[in-house]
Design a protein. Structure first.
Length: 290
């Protein structure tokens, strides 16, 4: 996985940087305090807001991330790299801003692809093979949903990456599920689950793939284990709700969906009802991954 330092650093500013924005080496700034200490509307403040938004995104607080990314906008972007565009695209996907999500996903791919026009942005945050797979796993479903012509090239790039470990198989499974290839997704997901049987993300995603493949009863035990391991993640609760609905356990499904909404109130998908009829299966929409 990409290190969580990303690009959380201010550029050299013409004025003196406030001390709160420049802590000791190895200590991440308090970006909210930093933004408050900078001139209102300045490029430096917008960059601090952008970094604050990224921290909110990494904490799965998509509502705060959306608000802060919007506050950071205005005029030319003061800092633009593949991480910004991929994370902002995924934020906009969660909150239902599909057109903007597609635009950011396309930009992330242009940077990753080595397009000469975006070489400077690529150099700002170079990524290794593992990071490339992770970022592509974020943007590919968005490009597909947005019917962006870049999807085919980006997907070919993703499939060409060697899959070496559980993370690789987990990412492959996640992407294939969101693209509707349930057989391929299940095959890859099973490798990840067998390699790391207590990993909440792998358990959650395996459950949801089975739900999407029309096998909710088989998925339910994986969802239940995922909830035990990570009860405070909205995606896990949503997958449980989908599995329960598919199994016809409607009251329990409603309760799990309500908990997903409580944990991630800004995620647009969680505001959608999940069809449930006792004794019958459903066809839920793809869920955000853990």
């Amino acid at each position: 996985m990409i290190a969580l330092a990303f690009a959380l650093a201010l550029t050299v500013a013409p004025q003196e940087i406030p001390a709160v924005c420049d802590p000791a080496p190895g200590v991440a700034p308090d970006w909210a305090a930093c933004a408050a200490a900078l001139p209102e509307g300045s490029p430096e403040q917008r960059l601090a807001r952008q970094n604050q938004a990224t921290q909110a995104y990494l904490n799965r607080d998509y509502g705060a991330a959306e608000r802060l990314y919007d506050l950071a906008a205005g005029g030319d972007e003061v800092y633009s790299d593949v991480l910004l565009h991929a994370f902002r695209a995924d934020t906009f996907r969660h909150v239902g801003r599909d057109k903007e999500a597609t635009a950011d996903a396309r930009m992330a791919w242009l940077i990753l692809s080595g397009d000469p026009a975006h070489e400077a942005q690529r150099q700002l945050a170079p990524v290794d093979e593992e990071g490339r797979r992770f970022l592509l796993s974020l943007v590919l479903p968005i490009l597909k949903t947005g019917r962006d012509p870049a999807f085919e090239e980006a997907f070919a790039d993703f499939r060409a990456l060697p899959v070496k470990d559980a993370d690789g198989y987990g990412s492959l499974a996640l992407v294939l599920e969101q693209l509707g290839d349930f057989d391929g997704a299940l095959e890859a997901s099973l490798v990840a689950v067998k390699a790391a049987p207590t990993n909440a993300g792998y358990l959650n995603n395996h459950c949801y793939i089975l739900v999407r493949a029309g096998r909710p009863a088989e998925g339910l035990p994986f969802c239940e284990k995922a909830v035990q391991a990570a009860p405070e993640i909205g995606a896990v609760r949503h997958s449980l709700a989908a599995a329960l609905a598919g199994a016809g356990r409607c009251d329990e499904a409603d309760a799990a969906l309500a908990e997903a909404r409580r944990l991630e109130p800004a995620t647009a998908l969680y505001q959608q009802a999940i069809a449930c009829v006792a004794g019958q299966g459903g066809d839920p929409a793809p869920a955000p991954s853990v």
